[in-house]
Design a protein around this ligand. Sequence first.
Ligand SMILES: [Zn+2]
Length: 191
Amino acid sequence: MAIRTILTAPDPRLKKKSRPVGSVDAEVRRLMDDMLETMYEAPGIGLAAPQLGELKRVIVLDIDREDVKTGPLFMANPEIVEASDEDATYEEGCLSVPEHYSDVARPAKVTVRYLDRDGATREMACEGLLSTCVQHEIDHLDGILFIDHISSLKRNMILRKLLKARKEAERDEAEGKPAKPRSKPKETAAV
Ligand SMILES: [Zn+2]
């Protein structure tokens, strides 16, 4: 297993559509394991392969909150096969959009069909935070970020700030200044 670099917006790779995997082979399992380790280190509760620059339809999740504890979940080629009419709103964040959070409304309940780490087809009914996370991660596979669900005014403001922070970090690095410590993702945010 290895910890890899998580891409941040506005990286063009985060806007691409990922391809399904042919099967869950050793290479896909290695990717899943790297993703889980990278997610734990961040720390986060969900991660999609394109966030590591791998345009494959693979996501990992591990939600450990008071009301939801899933343990590690590995999903290849996940698909939403059923979604409720009723919506739920959570404050979302994203490891690829660091330090920004926003309310996003999505279907409250979904059923997801996927291949697990052994390549077996599974279906899982998701609600609450798990439903939000699964939908957020599957969005990544289609090049969609949570900021694409909010107003363009707010989205553009966030992207400008991210770009400015990246330029400052690059300048500091060029001048040999130590990197600023990363702030911890907000505990209350959904993803
Ligand atoms: Zn995300």
